[in-house]
Design a protein around this ligand. Structure first.
Ligand SMILES: Nc1ncnc2c1ncn2[C@@H]1O[C@H](COP(=O)(O)OP(=O)(O)OP(=O)(O)O)[C@@H](O)[C@H]1O
Ligand SMILES: [Mg+2]
Length: 316
């Protein structure tokens, strides 16, 4: 079943900035859907429209089988949104925060208590209960914020860049939490990020967007050639040296496209380890002086370059 269906959505702000330029995408019920895009791509604008805070300039959107504008109030009661800023009250305890949330949604007390217990266990929050909320780290605050948003048993949970600025430990805890929400509570998750790895690890479906429009949508597997492409990077002492060796390397190693970035040469390869060995040999055999060689993962920018050098297509 389709949870969210967006067609040709456009949004022009009062100042004339066109944040969405005919965006279309669809989200299936029960999946983790990731919207991947750089700063200013229009991710938050879309979330604000889908959570009914903003009205689009034109286009259609249906959610949970209802029209987003005609049934806005009804839809609002069935969704929750974890915004960039947390909605926690640091003067209240963890459980007080959760019960307060249930009052906002008018959930009967007995039911709210049961639900709170289940969420505390599911998200491993027991051990924080004895400490004041004001002492929590950023990562734990965010986990509590998500637990709060889950109190109303939403059908869809929106999260706008939930892991931005987190260290790897907190990010992993957050990923586990999202997997749990999907498996234990069956909630559809719509999240935005600009981390390729996060989209790859976590999502059932990914939509990559740029400048207010989707470029491609598919499963991580279908987008594998973009998300998990190995790249080889050879470092030189200076940019001049990198430039000087580009032509000979491209020709001898039969690489169609090589790029010089600062004092490094970077190019796509199919098999990172094999190419690393081959290239390393070539450099040594030809006594080319370099300062380092290694396999690097593509950045979002690299994915865009690859995607835009191929015409957009629907995959997965
Ligand atoms: N209230 C507003 N009024 C005018 N322009 C806005 C407003 N909000 C966002 N914009 C502009 O719309 C474009 C899309 O912004 P949006 O916040 O949706 O992007 P984003 O993908 O969420 O970016 P980020 O990764 O930085 O959060 C940007 O050019 C932004 O400057
Ligand atoms: Mg944003």
């Amino acid at each position: 079943m389709t949870a969210i269906c967006v067609e040709a959505l456009e949004k022009t702000y009062k100042n004339g900035v066109q944040a969405l330029k005919g965006l279309s995408l669809s989200v299936q019920t029960g999946e983790v859907f990731t919207l991947l895009g750089e700063n200013g791509a229009g991710k938050s604008t879309l979330i604000n429209i889908l959570t009914t805070y903003l009205r689009p300039t034109s286009g259609n959107a249906r959610m949970l089988g209802k029209d987003l504008y005609k049934n806005a109030a009804e839809i609002r009661s069935e969704i929750a949104c974890v915004a960039q800023r947390t909605s926690i009250d640091t003067h209240l305890s963890l459980t007080e925060n959760m019960m307060f949330q249930s009052k906002l949604y008018k959930i009967p007390k007995a039911e709210a208590t049961e639900r709170m217990k289940a969420l505390i266990v599911a998200f491993g929050l027991e051990r924080y209960m004895k400490y004041p909320v004001s002492s929590y780290s950023g990562g734990v605050k965010r986990r509590l914020d998500i637990a709060l948003n889950m109190m109303s048993n939403p059908k869809i949970l929106f999260m706008d860049e939930p892991t931005v600025g987190m260290d790897i430990q907190s990010r992993l805890a957050m990923w586990n939490m999202m997997k749990k929400i999907r498996s234990d509570f069956g909630t559809t998750i719509f999240l935005t990020t600009h981390y390729l790895e996060e989209a790859d690890q976590l999502s059932d479906s990914i939509c990559i967007m740029k400048d207010g429009k989707e470029i491609i949508q598919g499963t991580p597997l279908a987008l594998r050639e973009y998300l998990r492409q190995d790249m080889l990077q050879i470092s030189f002492a200076t940019k001049g040296q990198a430039k000087e060796h580009t032509a000979i390397l491209a020709q001898s190693l039969n690489i169609k496209k090589m790029e010089v970035r600062e004092s490094q040469i970077v190019f796509n390869v199919d098999n990172g380890l094999m190419e690393l060995e081959r290239t390393n040999h070539f450099l040594l055999d030809n006594q080319i002086i370099f300062t380092g060689i290694g396999i690097v993962k593509p950045t979002l920018e690299d994915v865009f370059i690859r995607l835009t050098s191929n015409p957009a297509k629907e995959v997965g």
